[in-house]
Design a protein around this ligand. Structure first.
Ligand code: MSP
Length: 507
C-alpha cells in the first residue's frame, strides 16, 4: 500500500475576497501535494474556509445579506481562483458544512464531559477584527499585538478550555519533537513568549453574537473560533466517527500556516488533540508574509488586485513560479508586479522557454525531429549528464527540508547548464560537418533528456508548463518512478511548438 501524506492550508476567512497572500500559502501547499503524488504517495490535500464569527456577521449586516449569503459569494470566487491557479486540492472544507457543524458540537461535548471544558466568566481584552483575546502583557503599546488596533475590556459568561493543564505536555512535545515547528526560530518564539510565561485557559464560547456553531447543551453560547476552526483538520475526515479516511490520513503530515497563526496551531491545537487522546500532527510550518511595499496586503489600503488579473495577464505559471521561487520559504518577501515580470522574464522566458524552443527547433531542423542516443559522448558532456542524474536526489532533499525556492533553483541550475552546453557545443557548427552527425544527435539527445527530467520535477510547481514541455517532446508525462527511464527515441514531427513564455515588456 502506498504511504499516505496529509497536507493542509489554513482555512481562510471569507470576510473579503482573497488576495495574493492567500494564494501564496495555497500555491505552496499545492506544489508540495503534487510533489508527493508524483513520488507515489496517497495524498490528501485540504483547504477551505473559516466562516463563522463576529467579523463576518458584521460584514454581512453592512452588505444587507445573511452571513451565509455573504460567504457563499466569496467562496464561489475563491473556488474559481483556486481553479485558475491549478490548485489540486482533494477536499474543500467549509465550517458551515453540516458535517463539520455536528462534529464540532460532539467534540465540544466530549471535552466538556471530560472536564477539559468548563463554564466560567471571561474578563479580558478583546480585539474585534482579529477575534482574539489578549492578556495585558501581550499587548504592544496597549494595542492588539497582531493588528495594532484598539482592544476592548469585556466581561461575559463563557466556556473555557483547560489549556493550562497541557503546559507540561506541550513543553515535553517541543523537547521530544524538535521538528514539530519549523522554522526553528518560530519554535523558540512559542516556547519563550507563550508557553514558558505560563498558559492561561482559553475562552472557547461567546454569547455576544450568533453567527457560529451553537453549544448544543447551552444554546445561548456559540462555539468561538479555535475549537470550530482548528478541528476542521479532523472533522473533514469524519472524526469523531471512526471512518476509514480518518484512520488512513490522521495525523496530518504537514499543517502549512502563516506566521501569525503558528501560535494557535502549535499550542492550542496540540492541546485539543491531547485532550481528545488523538495523535498529533507531524509538523507545523510557519511561513512568512508576502508584503507590498514592506507593508500588509490590505483591502482597506487598496494596494492589491484580484489575483486573477495577474493570472490573466501573465499566465498561471508566472504567478505560481513567483510565489514558489521569489521568497526563501519561511521569510517575508515583497510582492510587486514589476518583480513578477522580472522573475518571469529572467527564469521562465530566458532560461526555460528559450532552452526548450531552441532544442526542439534544432532537433527539427537537423534531424526532422527524430532523435536517438547515438552515445557519441565527449568530455564536455560530463557535467550536464552528472547534473541530470543527480537532479532528483538534490531536489528531494530540498523538498524534505521544505526549502521550496531552493528546490526550484536547483532545477533551474540544470536548465542554465543546458543553455551553457548549447553555447559550448555550438550545435550549428557541428552541423556543418557531415561526419559529425552522430555527435550532433547525441548533443540534442542529452539536452532533451535533461529537459525531460527537469519537466518531470517541474510538474509539481508549474504543471501546465510541464505539460506543454511533454507535449512538445511528444512523450507521456513521467512520474518519479520512471524519471530515469531514458526515452529510447524522440519523434517530434516537424511542427515547431509555440513558445512557452513570451517576453513581457518591463515598464
Ligand atoms: N481563519 C484563520 C485560520 C484558521 S486555520 C484553522 C485565518 N484566516 S485568514 O484568512 O486570516 O488567513 C490566514 C492565512 O492566509 C495565513 O495564515 C496565511 O497562510 C495566509 N495569508 C494571508 N495573508 C498573507 C500574506 N500577506 N502573505 C502570506 N500569507 C498570507 O487566520
Amino acid at each position: 500500500m502506498n504511504k499516505k501524506y496529509y497536507i493542509t492550508t489554513p482555512i481562510y476567512y471569507p470576510s473579503a475576497e482573497f488576495h495574493i497572500g492567500h494564494c501564496y500559502t495555497t500555491i505552496i501547499a499545492d506544489a508540495i501535494a503534487r510533489y508527493k503524488r508524483l513520488a507515489g504517495y496517497d495524498v490528501f490535500f485540504q483547504t477551505g474556509t473559516d466562516e463563522h464569527g463576529l467579523k463576518i456577521e458584521t460584514k454581512a449586516e453592512e452588505a444587507n445579506v445573511t452571513p451565509k449569503e455573504y460567504v457563499d459569494k466569496i467562496i464561489l470566487n475563491a473556488k474559481d481562483l483556486w481553479a485558475s491557479l491549478d490548485i489540486s486540492y482533494d477536499y474543500f472544507i467549509r465550517t458551515t458544512d453540516e458535517h463539520h457543524y455536528t462534529r464540532v458540537q460532539k467534540i465540544f461535548k466530549t471535552l466538556y464531559d471530560k472536564g477539559d471544558i468548563y463554564k466560567g466568566e471571561y474578563k479580558g481584552l478583546y480585539c474585534v477584527p482579529c477575534e482574539s483575546f489578549w492578556t495585558e502583557s501581550q499587548l504592544i503599546d496597549g494595542k492588539c499585538p497582531d493588528c495594532g488596533r484598539e482592544v476592548n475590556f469585556v466581561t461575559e459568561e463563557a466556556y473555557f478550555f483547560r489549556l493550562s493543564k497541557y503546559q507540561k505536555k506541550l513543553e515535553e512535545l517541543y523537547e521530544s519533537e524538535p521538528e514539530f515547528i519549523l522554522p526553528v526560530s518560530r519554535k523558540n518564539e512559542m516556547l519563550n513568549n507563550f508557553i514558558k510565561p505560563g498558559l492561561e485557559d482559553l475562552c472557547v464560547s461567546r454569547t455576544s453574537f450568533k453567527w457560529g456553531i451553537p453549544v448544543d447543551f447551552d444554546e445561548k453560547h456559540v462555539i468561538y473560533v479555535w475549537i470550530d476552526a482548528l478541528t476542521n483538520y479532523i472533522t473533514s475526515l469524519g472524526y469523531p466517527d471512526e471512518t476509514p479516511e480518518f484512520k488512513k490520513y490522521w495525523p496530518a503530515d504537514l499543517h502549512l500556516v502563516g506566521k501569525e497563526i503558528v501560535r494557535f496551531h502549535t499550542i492550542i491545537w496540540p492541546a485539543i488533540l491531547m485532550a481528545l487522546d488523538l495523535p498529533l500532527p507531524h509538523q507545523v510550518f510557519g511561513h512568512g508574509w508576502l508584503v507590498i511595499d514592506g507593508g500588509k496586503i490590505s483591502k482597506s489600503l487598496g494596494n492589491y488586485k484580484d489575483p486573477r488579473e495577474y493570472i490573466n495577464t501573465y499566465g498561471v505559471d508566472a504567478v505560481r513560479y513567483f510565489a514558489l521561487r521569489e521568497v526563501p520559504f519561511g521569510s517575508d518577501g515583497n510582492f510587486s508586479e514589476s518583480a513578477l515580470i522580472t522573475r518571469t522574464n529572467a527564469d521562465l522566458c530566458n532560461i526555460l522557454g528559450n532552452l526548450v524552443s531552441r532544442t526542439i527547433q534544432m532537433a527539427i531542423k537537423y534531424f526532422g525531429g527524430v532523435i536517438e542516443d547515438k552515445k557519441c559522448y565527449e568530455a564536455l558532456d560530463e557535467d550536464l549528464l552528472e547534473a541530470t542524474k543527480d537532479l532528483k536526489n538534490k531536489v528531494d532533499k530540498k523538498m524534505d527540508e521544505l526549502k521550496i525556492n531552493e528546490a526550484l533553483d536547483i532545477i533551474f541550475d540544470l536548465l542554465r547548464k543546458c543553455n551553457k552546453y548549447i553555447d559550448d557545443t555550438t550545435p550549428w557548427s557541428i552541423a556543418k560537418d557531415e561526419s559529425k552527425l552522430d555527435r550532433l544527435e547525441t548533443v540534442l539527445y542529452n539536452l532533451m533528456e535533461a529537459i525531460r527530467v527537469s519537466a518531470t520535477l517541474l510538474q509539481a510547481f508549474i504543471p501546465s508548463t510541464a505539460n506543454k514541455i511533454f507535449a512538445g517532446l511528444k512523450i507521456e508525462n513521467n512520474n518519479f518512478d520512471n524519471i530515469y527511464h531514458k526515452t529510447p527515441k524522440y519523434v517530434l514531427g516537424d511542427e515547431k511548438p509555440a513558445n512557452l513564455f513570451e517576453r513581457i515588456k518591463e515598464n
